[in-house]
Design a protein. Structure first.
Length: 314
């Protein structure tokens, strides 16, 4: 199941070890491959104010599951770990060569592995020359400790500049982009930490870019908007999505889900994974029922009519 990534952000903090292990086992048993985390997860939930808990939990899980490492693909990130408790976002590790070297060594130790399948730059670091960042990632890719390089929350012009620099340096360049995306779309020009069109959202331009550059895999975080599609009272719709288009899209989504006897969330995942270009959703799962929904969605094939019904509203 290469078209779904399990988000392990809160494993080891909000989600306890027993539950996390059970969900990881179920995901792998169902054929899941990608497990996504970061070296900074989840600093905001830990008394120390610094991260590493998710990677450490995954390391314990892998140590107790001989052979599982060969069945999965591990993705982790560098760039957002606070330099000291409470220092994020003004002061975080960034993407200097020293920061990347140190973070990668730490992540490998925590996870108990000898390589990372996909190593993400968590966010752009404009205080460090791109040449330095590209060279640092390229060095570790050449050494075999990185299988692929990905960029999260990057502007496309920065992506292309890094690809050009990688070519000039003769090193591996990025082949994956991770941004926020879902069926509902925020209003234009909404700019805050969650909906910044400049860096953090898959736009039409990003979709066109990925479609014409098939070597660039798209990953989408927060695809289910933390339960908003299931009309949970504790997860109200973010104000950035309050506009007439949302009402129309929710009506279309509800109709399609009813016709297929499934949930709106499952339809959203099917819409993402089966579109052009295909998008790999990263789903944070805290309960077995949520895993069932995710698996159902990625195995659901939308007809041309259903997809048109979803797409022809704005």
């Amino acid at each position: 199941m290469a078209n779904l990534a399990l988000g392990a952000m809160e494993y080891g903090t909000r989600i306890d070890e027993e539950t996390s292990f059970r969900l990881l086992d179920a995901f792998v048993d169902a054929g899941g491959e990608w497990i996504d985390t970061a070296n900074c997860y989840a600093f905001w939930q830990h008394p120390s104010g610094q991260g590493g808990q998710s990677e450490e939990l995954l390391g314990r899980w892998l140590a107790q599951r001989p052979g599982v490492r060969d069945r999965i693909k591990l993705a982790t990130k560098v760039g957002c770990e606070p330099l000291w408790p409470g220092s994020y976002p003004e002061h975080s590790e960034g993407l200097s060569a020293k920061a990347i070297d140190t973070a990668l060594e730490t992540s490998l130790r925590r996870l108990g592995v000898d390589h990372i399948d996909l190593y993400w730059a968590h966010r752009d670091d404009r205080s460090t020359p791109l040449e330095e960042t590209v060279a640092a990632f390229g060095k570790h890719a050449k050494n075999g400790t990185i299988g692929r390089i990905g960029l999260s929350n990057y502007a496309l012009w920065r992506v292309e500049r890094m690809r050009g620099l990688a070519q000039e340096q003769g090193v591996m360049g990025p082949t994956a982009l991770q941004l926020r995306y879902s069926y509902l779309q925020p209003r234009p020009f909404v700019r805050d930490h969650a909906h910044d069109h400049r860096f953090g959202w898959i736009t039409d331009e990003v979709l066109d870019y990925a479609e014409t550059n098939p070597d660039q895999q798209l990953f989408a975080y927060s695809p289910l908007m933390s339960g908003t599609y299931e009309n949970r009272p504790d997860r109200p719709l973010d104000p950035a999505f309050t506009h007439p288009g949302t009402t129309r899209r929710l009506e279309a989504l509800t109709d399609v889900a009813a016709s297929l006897n499934t949930t709106p969330s499952a339809v959203v995942l099917a819409w993402l994974t089966g579109g052009t270009p295909p998008i790999t959703p990263i789903v944070g799962i805290s309960k077995p029922a949520y895993l069932t929904t995710a698996l159902t969605g990625t195995q659901l094939n939308l007809t041309t009519e259903h997809r048109q019904q979803l797409d022809d509203v704005w």
